[in-house]
Design a protein around this ligand. Structure first.
Ligand code: AHR
Length: 652
């Protein structure tokens, strides 16, 4: 029914109307200023299982038995995601072990003593109390499987296959023979049936002891299969690609800085090299990060997405926004950390003759990665931060003057903390780009579309995190159309001010259904499916239609924002005029369009419309873009803009 309404509105669109309405005039020859070519990007943080259990292609949870809550550790956490001794056939005992581990970065493994053949155990994949889930497998699809094994006394085979929770086979079976030193065993499984709740099953056909570590299962069909970490999930990658991001901020957020304890600082060196030697870490968001999607894979991902990397490194203070004490690094610690930061730049850009450039080459990428930006800190403020920022930033600028340093400006949009931070930055670091973050209620975005109009034109802002927050219901803030339209309205202000606001990205980017820590999020997913929210489609619409020059455009009746009507116009390199109209009201609007300098041409457009509270869900996409074409009659068109809608028009 709702779809029908949208279709009807579309039919009315651009048909001459003779009712009164608003006149929008676009001076197509004007060039107000260049629009920042990097205005729209993405911010990827491993929150809500965005990486582990999400984009990262690994299907096993706790694959190397390293799971441990840094704040309240207990031995049994190392076994989470696994079940042992599940077959009536065999008998044995499984225990956590750490003597003579696989390597120093991967200290824990499981040692199994098999007393009678047929002992079985399984990894259940990503499950939660809300979504039982498991490993999604599809009939006919193949999966790369691998595991490290070692034995002193086992005679027999380790068989591996996919099964249901009830024990029914879902794939062929492969078998490995362990030797007396750690060895990686690799094969491929092909699913014979489809299931969303598969387990990876190990059956030990023999007796004696077997040590097991670093098991892995990934779909063969994925992006980056040859990356050392193993690559990323294809459908989620495509959802990101379709946003056409100009840059990608990574790895946090709070995740980049560490919180509560220094042990969970994101140390980039732990995330590169052979994947089985990367030291896993407990993250700010309460789960273990495998680092299989580490810094090397991040740079590769940026290349695949056509996005510029924008790494965030800690600033020598713990996350100030989320932890009671920032526990600042002392001089010596800061000097060592500063060297780590310089080493990261060398890893990305150095040649094979440099220590860290050589590691990048060894990992498979001889060409340097492009690196133009570096954010030092996240949502930090105060002397404790700015004094440390200055030291790291000066060291970076000395060695790499071509890199733009990005300075944090606290976690809020306004108030004394924000204004004091901004004033200090403008005085001490005037050339640096200022990273603003704010999560505000939806109406705040409508009221503040002119926030940047009065910023000095020689300053630069990176809006590194933002989202319109609707009131929570049942603990969840919805991604409804209203919030998306408020963001769209705000983005017309970003475009108008994109001489100052050079980059922006919504946050957070992704969330696994039933395993989230934060709402709202741009993209939701299960093990198999994706939900693109109305907010996702707004980001996509704006990103797809980024012009080169801002054009002079205005309603003849004056500013109509109080009535919920927002607009911006730009010109593309090829001369097309791009017009964005946002109607954040429950009334359809009649608009007379006057495009100076255009005549009798055929254009096309995209409309996103629905009801104010509409949300998208698995297998129910209420809000999605619809394409259409139209003719200009002379330089004029008359259109009916539906209620609760955003519209992008392209005029050749
Ligand atoms: O986007 C989620 C979190 O919000 C980020 O990690 C942090 O920077 C902010 O507080």
């Amino acid at each position: 029914m709702l779809r029908k309404t949208a279709a009807l509105m579309l039919a009315l669109l651009l048909i001459p109307t003779f009712t009164c309405g608003e006149t929008l005039t676009v001076n197509t020859g004007s060039r107000v200023h260049e629009i920042s070519p990097t205005l729209y990007g993405i911010f990827f943080e491993d929150i809500n299982h965005a990486a582990d259990g999400g984009l990262y292609a690994e299907l096993l949870q706790n694959r190397s038995f390293e799971n441990e809550d840094l704040l309240s550790p207990s031995a049994y956490q190392h076994l989470s995601g696994w079940q042992f001794n599940t077959s009536p056939e065999g008998d044995g005992l499984a225990a956590i072990a750490d003597s003579m581990p696989l390597n120093a970065g991967n200290p824990t493994y499981v040692s199994i003593t098999v007393r009678s053949p047929g002992y079985a155990f399984q990894n259940l994949g990503y499950t939660s109390s809300v979504f039982r889930g498991g490993i999604p497998v599809t009939e006919g699809e193949s999966y790369d499987v691998s595991v490290f094994l070692r034995t002193k006394s086992f005679t027999g085979r380790v068989c591996v296959n996919l099964i249901t929770r009830g024990g029914q086979a879902l794939s062929d079976t492969v078998s490995f023979t362990p030797g007396d030193a750690w060895e990686k065993h690799v094969s491929t499984l092909t699913a014979v049936s489809t299931s969303d709740e598969a387990c990876l099953n190990f059956t030990l056909l023999g007796t004696g002891d077997v040590d097991i570590d670093m098991a892995s299962l990934m779909p063969c069909d994925r992006i980056g299969r040859d990356w050392p970490g193993g690559g990323v999930r294809r459908d989620l990658f495509e959802a990101l690609l379709s946003l056409h991001p100009r840059f990608m901020r990574f790895p946090g957020g709070c995740d980049a800085e560490g919180s509560w304890v220094w042990d969970n600082l994101y140390r980039w060196k732990d995330t590169v090299g052979p994947v089985e030697a990367r030291r896993e870490n407990w993250n700010t968001w309460g789960y273990m990060q495998s680092y299989g999607l580490g810094f090397y894979e991040y740079f590769c991902l940026c290349e695949e997405l056509g996005a510029l990397p924008l790494p965030v490194v800690g600033s020598g203070v713990l996350c100030q926004a989320r932890t009671p004490s920032e526990k600042p690094m002392n001089e010596e610690e800061l000097a060592a950390w500063t060297q780590d930061v310089l080493d990261l730049i060398e890893f990305a850009t150095g040649d094979a003759g440099t220590a860290w450039g050589a590691l990048r080459c060894e990992m498979g990428h001889e060409q340097p990665f492009s690196l133009k930006y570096l954010a030092i800190g996240n949502e930090n403020w105060g002397d404790v931060y700015f004094s440390r920022y200055e030291k790291i930033r000066d060291a970076v600028r000395d060695r790499y003057p071509e890199i733009t340093c990005i300075v944090a400006c606290g976690p809020v949009a306004e108030g004394s903390l924000f204004y004091a931070s901004r004033a200090r930055i403008l005085q001490a670091f005037p050339e640096d780009t200022v990273d603003e973050h704010y999560y505000m209620d939806s109406d705040w975005f409508l009221r503040n579309t002119h926030r940047y109009d009065l910023y000095p034109r020689d300053t630069r802002v990176f809006l590194g995190e933002y989202a319109a927050h609707e009131p929570a219901s049942g603990g969840t803030r919805p991604n409804n159309l209203y919030s998306a339209l408020c963001e769209a309205a705000y983005m017309t202000g970003l475009e108008r001010n994109s001489d100052v606001v050079t980059m922006s990205c919504y946050a957070p980017l992704m969330a696994r259904l039933g395993m989230d820590q934060w709402t709202p999020d741009l993209i939701w997913f299960s093990g198999r499916d994706i939900v693109k929210t109305p907010n996702y489609y707004v980001q996509k619409l704006f990103s797809d239609s980024l012009g080169t020059w801002l054009l002079d455009s205005s309603f003849d009746e004056g500013n109509l924002e109080a009535e919920g009507l927002f607009q911006t116009a730009s010109a593309a390199d090829d001369g097309r005029v791009i017009l964005k109209l946002v109607n954040v009201s429950g009334e359809e609007k009649t608009i007379h369009l006057h495009l100076d300098g255009k005549e009798n041409v055929q254009g096309h457009g995209t409309l996103l419309a629905g009801d104010r509270q509409d949300t998208n869900a698995l297998s129910r996409e209420k809000v999605s873009p619809e394409e259409f074409s139209f003719e200009l009659s002379g330089a004029e068109a008359h259109l009916t803009l539906p209620a609760w809608a955003v519209l992008v028009l392209y005029v050749p």
